[in-house]
Design a protein around this ligand. Structure first.
Ligand SMILES: NC(=O)c1ccc[n+]([C@@H]2O[C@H](COP(=O)([O-])OP(=O)(O)OC[C@H]3O[C@@H](n4cnc5c(N)ncnc54)[C@H](OP(=O)(O)O)[C@@H]3O)[C@@H](O)[C@H]2O)c1
Length: 255
């Protein structure tokens, strides 16, 4: 591996690090040498990720938290610094798109909008804010927000999710200005990735076909294909990259 991508000595907190894209990110950051703190609500899932990292010879501790719970988020940050001495990388990956937030604006309740914004947008801010002092003290501080193509364009019947991801892109750009040159702040915008979040889409043959037909690379991504861009953004290979949104969407937004 090129030294540019080496994360040896860095400490990374990954929210939503128990499954799907977050699990792949946690594993690949560890493969690049970082000590990793996977966090999510399901203790068993993050413990399994931490155990897999340790089995591969890496360092990890699992700390459960709901990103909307300030005390639990503080506990993640404290546990990470107690165990590893600091925090250099925060990956805000926790997110969801619940059924009651899908539909036309006249049918989706404002509570559903609030719920999605709370997790996908406010949760990312909560975690980054809680880690701020440590990031600013780091030599290689980096925040990576996992947005979506829904942070770049509108999607029908998903306005809460789209609003949350556009908000996350806005947060990325503004925070990159406030924290330059100390901490780089970037986002990745995945297209369609095979995870629990998209399982219903993949089960719907007609919908799945229409997504694949619209995607130049003609398939859904594997979670590891989102982890690669995150490792890049976290590493010195991206030392002049801040405030950017890297689309990892198989060409979906190029069309
Ligand atoms: N899959 C896609 O096609 C796709 C495309 C674009 C963007 N994304 C984004 O990628 C991220 C990961 O999605 P995924 O597809 O990997 O979904 P996933 O398999 O459902 O994983 C979501 C992760 O987020 C955690 N999470 C959810 N709500 C949380 C909360 N309130 N507090 C803490 N953790 C929470 C979940 O764990 P617990 O339930 O245990 O808390 C889980 O670890 C999301 O931000 C999503 O919007 C996904």
């Amino acid at each position: 591996m090129s030294e540019l991508f080496d994360l040896d000595g860095r400490v990374a907190v990954v929210t939503g690090g128990g499954r799907g894209i977050g699990r792949a990110i946690a594993m690949e950051l560890a493969n690049a040498g970082a000590a990793v703190v996977p966090s999510a609500r399901s203790r068993a899932e993050i413990e399994s990720v931490a155990a897999d990292i340790e089995d591969d010879g890496g360092d990890a501790i699992a700390v459960p938290a709901d990103v909307t719970d300030g005390d639990a988020v503080s506990d993640v940050i404290d546990s990470a610094t107690d165990e590893f001495g600091g925090i250099d990388i925060v990956v805000n990956n926790a997110g969801f798109n619940p059924d009651d937030a899908l539909g036309r604006p006249e049918t989706v309740e404002t509570e559903s909008l609030d719920q999605v914004l709370d997790v996908n947008l406010n949760g990312a801010y909560e975690v980054t804010h809680a880690a701020a002092d440590h990031l600013l003290e780091s030599d290689g501080g980096s925040v990576i927000n996992v947005a979506s193509v829904g942070g770049l364009v509108g999607l029908p019947r998903q306005h809460p999710y789209v609003a949350s991801k556009h908000g996350l892109v806005g947060l990325t750009k503004s925070m990159s200005l406030d924290w330059a040159p100390a901490v780089r702040v970037n986002a990745v915008a995945p297209g369609y990735v095979s995870t629990a979040l998209t399982a219903d889409l993949e089960d719907d043959e007609r919908l799945c076909r229409s997504i694949i037909d619209r995607t130049p690379l003609e398939r859904f991504a594997d979670p590891e294909e989102i982890a690669g861009p995150v490792v890049f953004l976290a590493s010195d290979a991206a030392s002049y990259v801040t405030g950017s949104v890297l689309a990892a969407d198989g060409g979906w937004t190029a069309r």
